[in-house]
Design a protein around this ligand. Structure first.
Ligand SMILES: *[C@@H]1O[C@H](CO)[C@@H](O)[C@H](O)[C@H]1NC(C)=O
Ligand SMILES: *[C@@H]1O[C@H](CO)[C@@H](O)[C@H](O)[C@H]1NC(C)=O
Ligand SMILES: *[C@@H]1O[C@H](CO)[C@@H](O)[C@H](O)[C@H]1NC(C)=O
Length: 370
């Protein structure tokens, strides 16, 4: 009799324990669903649509302050963004979250690359950029819009896909990071400045710039100072320019100063009045930034933006020791490290993760051609 009573008590206790556990799980599920919905609402308000599906897996735990990194992924150079992200992630223990901005057509390819390879532990969100955002800023012709590579303007819209971040990093896709990105993130942005850039004159990269090799290092190389609208700004033509391939931004200040609308205004004025220098190469994103940030930006440590690796003669300009010591390498210029004739492509190769769909191939010399 007593034995049976004890059994009943144990059964009742077990049942209560089960109920408690089930209740807890339901609460967690509720929390989870609420968070998912919040994300969905946020995405719906933007011209960009954050895609959170790739982010639901359990990722390696990286604690501490979140470092948002914005980078673009263009279909013809998805291999670039993959190598850049891999180098950043493996060289840091910081809590990095990539915000990969891409066009709708590349979404599926990018998702496969990020999920079916060693990149699958990388925390990221994919954001689709609608090229219509740029209508009326160059041309109203959709085909011409396509030709100007809409993603290069994504950096102008940083606060719209990072609505909650105060500080963020933007990086071009043709970079490799060898230092801890936390150091770059800790770049001091002075009060009243919305961004930090790397100056074109006093940087390690400008030493020995070859004249006429497509390198420009002052404002007159980017803007037509004979135009009335440019004259009126009262800027000095020989002011040192900066390279916007690496940006550390204070998005709070960016929003306060309406930087995005200012940049859009200058794009529209250029479309009507043709304000950019005739000799400008392919960096049509630079002139509006030079105007808006004239004498109003902070500086990035030169070793955090060693550039012109894509220019002719880069292999002669930099010693292998210097390239090894650089924290960030930027192959701006014609010769990309996934192409045939680039300098230091062996550095880039270390970080490249092959395309599981086999569409992207770095072009390499055959060993016997060497
Ligand atoms: C995005 O691309 C998919 C196919 O990849 C297509 O079905 C869809 O209509 C596109 N959406 C937009 C908004 O263009
Ligand atoms: C960013 O700018 C805001 C507004 O000026 C300022 O209060 C804040 O301290 C700045 N944050 C950083 C990290 O520089
Ligand atoms: C930014 O835009 C807001 C609203 O459009 C306006 O009230 C504010 O004065 C603008 N600030 C600057 C610095 O232009």
């Amino acid at each position: 009799m007593t034995v049976r009573r004890i059994n009943v008590v144990i059964l009742v206790l077990l049942a209560i324990a089960c109920l408690i556990i089930m209740h807890r799980n339901l609460l967690n599920l509720n929390d989870f669903l609420r968070r998912e919905n919040a994300d969905a609402v946020q995405g719906g308000l933007l011209p960009f649509e954050p895609d959170f599906s790739a982010d639901n897996k359990v990722k390696a735990i990286r604690k501490g302050e979140e470092i948002p990194v914005v980078i673009t992924a263009a279909e013809e150079r998805l291999g670039a963004v993959v190598a850049a992200m891999n180098s950043i992630y493996r060289n840091s223990k910081a809590n990095i979250v990539f915000n990969i901005v891409t066009l709708n057509a590349s979404l599926d390819h990018l998702k496969v690359w990020m999920s079916k390879t060693t990149l699958s532990d990388i925390k990221h969100k994919i954001v689709t950029f609608d090229p219509k955002t740029l209508t009326g800023k160059f041309s109203n012709d959709p085909q011409e819009l396509e030709a100007v590579k809409p993603l290069t303007f994504a950096r102008f819209y940083m606060p719209s896909f990072l609505p909650d971040a105060e500080k963020a990093i933007y990086l071009d896709d043709d970079v490799i990071v060898q230092g801890d990105i936390q150091e770059l993130f800790d770049t001091n942005i002075k009060a009243g400045h919305a961004a930090a850039f790397s100056d074109d004159c006093d940087s390690a990269s400008s030493k020995g710039i070859v004249r006429g090799a497509g390198n420009q290092n002052n404002y007159i190389g980017f803007l037509d100072f004979k135009k009335e609208s440019v004259k009126k700004l009262g800027m000095r033509a020989n002011t040192c320019s900066f390279n916007p391939g690496v940006i550390v931004a204070n998005l709070t200040e960016w929003k306060l100063q309406n930087i995005t609308s200012q940049l859009e205004m200058w794009m529209e004025r250029n479309f009507k009045e043709d304000l950019y220098s005739k000799t400008i190469a392919d960096s049509i994103t630079t002139p509006p930034l030079l105007i808006v940030f004239y004498k109003r930006h902070s500086s990035i440590d030169p070793m955090w933006h060693v550039r012109h690796l894509g220019a002719t003669g880069a292999g002669n300009r930099y010693s292998p020791q210097f390239v090894r010591a650089a924290k960030l390498l930027h192959w701006n210029g014609h010769y990309k490290p996934w192409g045939r004739a680039s300098s230091f492509s062996e550095v880039w190769d270390k970080w490249y993760v092959p395309d599981p769909e086999g569409k992207f191939h770095p072009i390499r010399r055959h060993p016997e051609e060497k």
